[in-house]
Design a protein around this ligand. Structure first.
Ligand code: FAD
Length: 424
C-alpha cells in the first residue's frame, strides 16, 4: 500500500504540513499533481500567465524531487476521474493534502473524499496556507469578525509558537523513469513571458515597507502574492519574518487571512454584496466606458497607467489597484463585479477572497469598507503618491492621452447621489 500526497496550492517541499504528515505515516508516498480541467476550461486566455507559472513551478518541484530519487506524477482531467484511475492502478491507504477554503475547492474535496471513503481509502487534509482558519478566530460570542482591526488584534493575541514542518523524505516513492512534466502545449496552453523563480524574502524591502509601500514608482512591495497564492512560499515562514522585521507587513498577511475567513463564513459574497443594501445601486454599466477602463483609456493618467501595468505584467501596485477600482465603481458607476472579473482574468496573484474582498471594499459594499462618500480623487492621489509622475510616465510613455471620460466633480456628485438613493 502507498499514500498519495496531492499538491494543489502548496507547490513546495519545504515546510509543507500535509506532505510532512504523509511522509511521517510510515508508508511510501507518491506525490501527485492534477491539471484540473474544471478550472482550466474556465480560463478565457490560452496564454494565461498563471498556468505558465504553475507549469514552471511544477518543473522546479519535479527537479527537487528528482534529487530525492523521486518525482512528481502529473495527471490532466477532473480530479474525481483521476482518483478513479489512481485507485485502479495503485493500492492506496490514504490521500493527503492541504486544505483550500474556496467554495468550489471545498465541493471538489468533498466529492473526492466521499468517493475514497466508499473504497475504504482515507482522506487527510491539513491547515497549511493560513495561520488561522475557519473558526479559530471568532468574537467572544462565537460569531465571525467582519471588521479588520479587532480581528487582527485577536489574531495577534492567538499567535503563539509557529511550527516549521521539516520533512524526512526517505519515504518518498523511488521512481526510475518518471515522465517529464507536460509542457503548456500538452495541456492546451501557450508560453508567456512569465519566469518562475523560487521566492525569497527580501529583508531590504520588508524593513522599509511601511515607509515606501504606498509609492507605486518605488515598487517597494514584495511581489509575493503569487507565491502565497500557489504556495511556493510558506506563510509560516513569511509571518516569522514579518514578526522580526515589520508589523505593517504582518498586517497585510493578516488582511489576507481576514478576507479568507470572510469568504469561508459568508460564501454568498462571491456573487453578492456583503452589505445587502448595496444591491440597490443603479449601476450605469456603460460597456464602452468599461472597455476604455480595461484598456487604460479613461483619460485619467494614474488610472490608465495602472491598467497598462496590469495588462502588461499581470501585476498592479496596491495603491493603484485601489484608485482604479474606486474609479470604476464610483466615477463610472460600473458594477464592482465587472471590475472584479477583469482583475481575476489578469492578475498573476489573483485570489478569490482577496480580490472579492478588496473590490467590495472599494465599492463600499464590503465588510469594513470605506464609507461610500469617500471618493478617491485621482489627481489628489497622484499628487500624494506619484508627484514626480514617474509611475505614470513608466506605463504611459506617450504624451498623447485621451480626453477624460468624465469630469471629476460631476462624477463625484453623480456617485454620491446614486449611492445615497440606494442606501436610504
Ligand atoms: P505586499 O504588499 O508585499 O503584501 C504581502 C502579501 O500580503 C500580499 O502578497 C498578499 O498576499 C497580502 N496582502 C497585501 N495586501 C492585501 C489586501 N489588501 N488584501 C488581502 N491580502 C493582502 N491581493 C491578492 O493577493 N490577490 C488579489 O486578487 C487581489 N486583488 C485586489 C483587488 C483590488 C481592487 C485591490 C485594491 C487589492 C487587491 N489585492 C489582491 C490586495 C493587494 O493589492 C495585493 O495583495 C498586493 O498588491 C500584492 O502585492 P505584493 O505581493 O507585493 O504585496
Amino acid at each position: 500500500k502507498i499514500n498519495i500526497f496531492w499538491f494543489r496550492r502548496d507547490l513546495r517541499l519545504e515546510d509543507n504540513v500535509g506532505l510532512y504528515h504523509a511522509l511521517k505515516s510510515g508508508l511510501k508516498v507518491m506525490p501527485v499533481f492534477i491539471f484540473d480541467t474544471e478550472i482550466l476550461d474556465q480560463l478565457q486566455d490560452r496564454s494565461d500567465k498563471r498556468v505558465d507559472y504553475i507549469q514552471q513551478a511544477l518543473v522546479s518541484l519535479h527537479r527537487d524531487l528528482a534529487t530525492l530519487k523521486s518525482g512528481l506524477t502529473i495527471y490532466h482531467g477532473k480530479p474525481l476521474d483521476v482518483f478513479k484511475r489512481l485507485t485502479e492502478e495503485f493500492e492506496i491507504d490514504t490521500v493527503f493534502c492541504n486544505r483550500d477554503y474556496e467554495p468550489q475547492a471545498i465541493k471538489r474535496d468533498q466529492q473526492v473524499k466521499d468517493f475514497l471513503h466508499k473504497k475504504d481509502i482515507g482522506f487527510s487534509d491539513f491547515k497549511d496556507q493560513v495561520i488561522f482558519e475557519k473558526n479559530e478566530i471568532l468574537k467572544s460570542d462565537q460569531s465571525p469578525y467582519t471588521v479588520f482591526t479587532p480581528y487582527s488584534k485577536k489574531w495577534k493575541e492567538a499567535l503563539q509558537f509557529i511550527e516549521t514542518f521539516t520533512s524526512d523524505f526517505t519515504n518518498l516513492v523511488h521512481l526510475n523513469n518518471v515522465p517529464d512534466i507536460p509542457s503548456l502545449e500538452d495541456i492546451g496552453f501557450k508560453k508567456t513571458e512569465i519566469v518562475f523563480t523560487k521566492p525569497s524574502l527580501d529583508i531590504k524591502i520588508i524593513k522599509d515597507y511601511q515607509q515606501y509601500r504606498d509609492f507605486p514608482a518605488l515598487d517597494h512591495t514584495t511581489h509575493l502574492g503569487v507565491a502565497l497564492r500557489f504556495g511556493t512560499v510558506s506563510v509560516r515562514k513569511c509571518v516569522k519574518f514579518a514578526l522580526e522585521h515589520s508589523e505593517t507587513w504582518l498586517n497585510e498577511l493578516i488582511w489576507r487571512e481576514f478576507f479568507m475567513q470572510i469568504l469561508f463564513h459568508f460564501p454568498y459574497v462571491v456573487t453578492r454584496c456583503f452589505k445587502k443594501k448595496y444591491e440597490n445601486i443603479s449601476w450605469r454599466n456603460n460597456e464602452e466606458e468599461f472597455k476604455a477602463w480595461c484598456e487604460g483609456k479613461t483619460g485619467y493618467p494614474i488610472v490608465d497607467a495602472g491598467m497598462h501595468e496590469l495588462n502588461t505584467t499581470g501585476f498592479m501596485h496596491n495603491r493603484v489597484r485601489m484608485i482604479t477600482a474606486s474609479f470604476l465603481t464610483k466615477h463610472l458607476l460600473i458594477d464592482w463585479r465587472w471590475g472584479e472579473a477583469y482583475f481575476a482574468q489578469k492578475l498573476l496573484d489573483y485570489d478569490l477572497s482577496a480580490n472579492n474582498g478588496n473590490w467590495q471594499w472599494a465599492a463600499g459594499s464590503g465588510c469594513d469598507a470605506a464609507p461610500y462618500f469617500r471618493i478617491f480623487n485621482p489627481e489628489e492621489q497622484t499628487k500624494k503618491f506619484d508627484k514626480d509622475l514617474k509611475y505614470i510616465k513608466k506605463w504611459l510613455p506617450d504624451d498623447d492621452q485621451p480626453e477624460p471620460l468624465v469630469e471629476h466633480k460631476f462624477a463625484r456628485e453623480r456617485a454620491l447621489e446614486t449611492y445615497k438613493k440606494a442606501l436610504v
